[in-house]
Design a protein around this ligand. Structure first.
Ligand SMILES: Nc1ncnc2c1ncn2[C@@H]1O[C@H](COP(=O)(O)OP(=O)(O)OP(=O)(O)O)[C@@H](O)[C@H]1O
Length: 543
């Protein structure tokens, strides 16, 4: 981080009266905000509050309708991202900007920075952020891709770093490393603007905060004066006490969710107690997948989710979770093994047949796999079910589709300027809600498989999604949740299996007194012998 060069006493960033509209949507208006040099300033707010828009205005990818910015005391009016870079501002966006087919090193060379080796060594030394320069970006798990994005920003030695929800895809250790990086930057005299939904991160790394709501400033100030109980109502307009206590760990209010969780997770529907029992919601048997280099990504994996059960998969990223989800989603065909949903073998099925079998999938990378940005919100909601709205052989009853979409938007509190809006015009969290709403609405929904279903959602929306997932399970669907966030798995799931080197452990019931400790040990491979070897028996559903 380079030292500020102008007006050292002036704030790093000062914003006055900023406004931005998109057509009829007022994304921001009357925004005043000050970020002091030597501080980490958190920007919080519900999905669609205007946080990313603010970031884009500071980063020069959008220009304001009105308002003025000053950077270290100097007028600052970027017209394009290059202006922000030239002024010493670097930004890490919600979505990756790396070229997947290139190596990490090739991606960094695209920055055309003089002295790249020295800068890399410095970032590694100062922040402990080492990279495998020879790895192809496409082969990296999302957490490592995010690390490349962050290193990319730091290589520019910026005097203001903007981070737009950088931790959503990171595991807890990587989150800690990033927050430490933010602190170091601030302690060295630089400034960081951190956009996040996680109150634990705010408390851990922030000095000051601004809360946005409906495009205006709802409140803010030094975080010492803004405990979570004051921040939550500013963010979502209702008290923290209105949220499910099981959520506290998920959103970072406390370190230990299970105590709060007791009694909030409904018991699963009993399985296999008689001849009339339905088949498992999801049955994965003996599935093996190899990586491009021939090493096993999934090694004879067997997994059963019974109807009514919410089963979690925990694990440090890169232990086969992505490949398992790719097998379920159909983008990867296993070398051996079968995947059955209800009574249907979907091992080699097309996406349409998977949907027809009742398999809902919320993929890891929803922006590329989960939805189609240029299509409307309504089309995305009913993707794969457009036939329901067919009128005659050629036409769609668009009015009926819009009406149905309006109902879903209201039910899921999706903030969009109508169902005809292109999905890409929605905020990140609202796009996520669209994907979830679509998959949860499958009829029949036999099994929902979701990676980090609440990633990028505000605390109120996380609460709502947990409720919906529990409702789906109580109606008889099986739910598989893959997450690197143990707190979320403990809050939501009945049992958790742990992925480790392409194998899965035996399920750990989450109501077990030592569940967190046990899962933690399994994640580190401490009890590697307990990860099912091919010879070990199939786990039974809960009884
Ligand atoms: N390119 C665009 N075209 C039309 N509307 C947009 C565009 N970008 C943002 N908006 C709208 O501006 C508002 C603010 O969106 P923004 O992405 O800034 O919210 P956010 O606070 O970052 O939300 P999230 O937490 O979900 O990422 C939303 O109503 C959104 O739909």
């Amino acid at each position: 981080m380079s030292a500020p060069t102008t007006s050292p006493a002036a704030p790093a960033l000062e914003i006055r009266g900023l406004a931005k509209s998109f057509g009829g949507v007022r994304a921001l208006h009357g925004i005043d905000l000050v970020v002091q040099a030597g501080s980490v300033h958190c920007v919080l707010g519900e999905n669609g509050a205007g946080k990313s828009t603010l970031c884009h205005l500071i980063g020069g990818s959008l220009t304001p309708d009105t308002g003025a910015l000053r950077l270290y005391g100097e007028p600052y009016a970027p017209r394009r991202p290059a202006d922000a870079l030239a002024a010493g501002i670097a930004m890490v966006h919600q979505h990756f900007s790396l070229v997947p087919t290139l190596t990490v090193h090739e991606n960094l060379r695209l920055l055309r920075l003089a002295d790249l080796p020295r800068r890399l060594a410095r970032v590694e030394d100062e922040y402990g952020l080492a990279l495998d320069l020879g790895a192809r970006v496409a082969d990296l798990p999302v957490g490592l891709r995010q690390r490349v994005e962050i290193v990319k920003a730091l290589l520019r030695e910026p005097r203001l770093l903007l981070l737009d929800e950088p931790t959503g895809v990171l595991d807890p250790a990587a989150v800690d490393a990033l927050l430490t990086t933010c602190r170091r930057i601030a302690d060295a005299g630089g400034a960081v603007v951190l956009i996040t939904h996680k109150l634990g991160e705010v408390a851990g790394a922030g000095d000051t905060a601004t809360v946005l709501r409906g495009g205006t400033v709802a409140g803010g100030g030094p975080l010492a004066e803004l405990p979570p109980e004051r921040l939550v109502p500013l963010m979502i307009g209702r008290p923290a006490g209105s949220l499910d206590p099981a959520l506290s760990g998920t959103i970072g209010l406390t370190a230990d969710a299970p105590a709060a969780r007791t009694g909030t997770v409904p018991r699963p529907v009993p399985a296999r107690t008689g001849d009339m029992n339905p088949p498992p919601a999801l049955d994965v048997r003996g599935v093996s997948v190899r990586r491009a280099d021939g090493t096993p990504a999934l090694d004879d994996v067997t997994l059963t989710v019974v109807p009514g059960e919410i089963l979690g998969i925990a694990g440090v990223e890169g232990n086969g979770q992505s490949e398992l989800m790719a097998v379920l989603g159909g983008s990867l065909t296993p070398r051996s093994g079968t995947v059955t949903v209800g009574a249907a073998d979907v091992t080699r099925a097309t996406p349409r047949r998977r949907t027809a079998a009742g398999l809902g999938v919320v993929p890891e990378d929803r922006h590329h796999e989960g939805c189609v940005g240029p299509l409307s919100v309504a089309e995305n909601l009913f993707l794969g079910r457009l036939g329901d709205f067919r009128r005659g052989r050629l036409f769609l009853d668009r009015a009926a589709m819009r009406r149905a979409a309006d109902t879903v938007l209201a039910a899921h509190d999706i903030r969009a300027d109508g169902p005809g809006t292109p999905l890409s015009a929605l905020s990140g969290g609202n796009q996520q809600k669209v994907v979830l709403a679509r998959e949860l609405a499958l009829d029949p929904l036999v099994c929902l498989a979701a990676v980090q279903p609440t990633r990028g959602l505000d605390v109120g929306a996380v609460d709502a999604v947990h409720t919906r997932v529990r409702e789906a399970a109580s109606r008889g669907a099986g739910v598989l949740v893959v997450s690197s966030e143990l707190d979320e798995l403990l809050a939501l799931c009945h049992r958790v299996v742990v992925a480790y080197r392409g194998r899965l452990s035996e399920p750990v019931p989450t109501d077990h007194a030592r569940a967190r400790e046990r899962i933690g040990r399994l994640m580190l491979g401490a009890d590697a012998s307990e990860h099912l070897s091919p010879a070990r028996p199939l786990p039974q559903g809960p009884s």
